[in-house]
Design a binder for this molecule. Structure first.
Ligand code: PLP
Length: 394
């Protein structure tokens, strides 16, 4: 049977994830590999959250839940967003979704008609282009520059904006770890207002800011009417498998998004929503507990990297990743990652997996325990130094 062009062409550009799949095959075949690849915590969902989930499920919250989300979780998310951004927010501005990924798809479906262009910043989280295409739009990557620490430039976005109706941004950023500055966000807001773009702001790492501060562009003047914010419990509360996130936006957009949810996801399980509500109301202590390993490992990494001159660390301001510039080794990110896997059984992601802008870089996820992390990073630095010496580039 013929499958639709739509579904068979969602992806297809080389996805650059070969190193990741190769590492997984090596593990399956019994090799010991240190995986510094994907964005998954090395701790599991907190037992207190699981207890809340258990009480809710045993209490009977296992039937169809309210499609927009339970009133109390929507209220909790609205109050949290209002407290963090100062923007008046009620439950009518909130749709609960099965994770940030479903929110990204829904937001683009709300913003784009078939054939419209949806812009996104490169380097990018792997699903972005496919998600925009899944919503029926054309996905167009806008390059950022290592020399600008991957802060987007509104002027460069505008040059490539023909036919576009939306712009997807992500701060704190995966894969670069960069937090967008007030100036960057103000320039982007100005651009969206001039061009009448929906700004889709992926803020799933908003509790993981190590330097500077997180600004939600929805809080900039006038932007609450044209911003759709994507949030999630995955990263802030180590609830990746629970699939619970949200969209925050103007009431009319949320009304239509609820209609979309009725015809696609039909909501999020009630016991998951109750657990999320418990977690959000548990306050910052729980979030800090989840962030603490990344703060420690970032400090370890800064210390190790400060003792060498071959690898350059892109400012690691937020999220659970380090973006390392390895161009001084003379290798591409992909060649470096493959060689590191072959020689030292350490798996990192080539920058090229995240688009063209991060070529010559590698992304290191800070998701293994401290000692192993420090040892692996030390080996990685020595490996880079050896390569640089050989190529005569250092
Ligand atoms: C930037 C970014 N956005 C969205 C997601 C999706 O998160 P989830 O669907 O688990 O909420 C991820 C997951 O890694 C991510 O890194």
């Amino acid at each position: 049977m013929k499958l639709s062009h739509h579904i068979t062409h969602l992806t297809g550009d080389s996805d650059g994830w070969d190193v990741f799949y190769r590492a997984r095959r090596m593990i399956r075949d019994g090799h010991e590999v240190t995986e510094l690849t994907i964005g998954e915590h090395d701790i599991r969902t907190d037992l207190s959250i699981l207890a809340a989930m258990d009480v809710s499920a045993r209490g009977g919250h296992t039937g169809y839940a309210m499609v927009p989300g339970t009133d109390s979780l929507r209220d909790t998310v609205a109050a949290r967003v209002q407290a963090r951004t100062g923007v008046p927010t009620t439950r009518d501005n909130v749709l609960i979704t099965p994770g940030g990924q479903a929110a990204l798809f829904a937001a683009h479906t709300a913003a784009c008609d078939p054939g419209d262009v949806g812009l996104f910043m490169d380097p990018y989280y792997a699903t972005y282009p496919g998600t925009i295409r899944a919503a029926g739009a054309q996905a167009r990557a806008i390059q950022t520059r290592a020399e600008d620490s991957f802060q987007p430039r509104a002027g460069l976005i505008e040059e490539q904006a023909a036919g576009a109706v939306s712009l997807l941004i992500n701060s704190p950023n995966n894969p670069t770890g960069v937090v967008y500055s007030a100036q960057t966000l103000s320039d982007i807001a100005g651009l969206c207002q001039r061009r009448n773009f929906w700004l889709i702001s992926d803020e799933v790492y908003d509790t993981q800011v190590w330097e500077g501060s997180h600004i939600s562009p929805r809080s900039l003047p006038g932007m609450d009417q044209q911003t759709l914010v994507v949030g999630s419990m995955s990263k802030s509360h180590a609830m990746t498998g629970s699939r619970c996130g949200w969209i925050v936006g103007p009431e009319t957009a949320i009304e239509h998004l609820i209609n979309l949810a009725t015809h696609t996801t039909y909501g999020v399980p009630g016991f998951i929503q109750d657990a999320a509500e418990f977690a959000l109301n548990a306050g910052t202590a729980l979030e800090d507990k989840i962030s603490a390993p990344f703060i420690r490992r970032r400090a370890i990494a800064i210390d190790i990297l400060s003792r060498q001159h071959v690898i350059h660390l892109v400012p690691a301001q937020g999220a659970m990743y380090l973006m390392l510039d390895i161009r001084a080794t003379g290798l591409s990110g992909e060649a470096f990652a493959n060689a590191l896997l072959d020689t030292h059984a350490i798996a990192v992601m080539p920058g090229e997996s995240f688009g063209r802008s991060a070529a010559g870089h590698i992304r290191v996820a800070m998701t293994v325990e401290d000692e192993k992390f420090a040892a692996s990073l030390g080996i990685l630095c020595d490996f880079a130094a050896g390569l640089a010496q050989k190529s005569g580039a250092a």
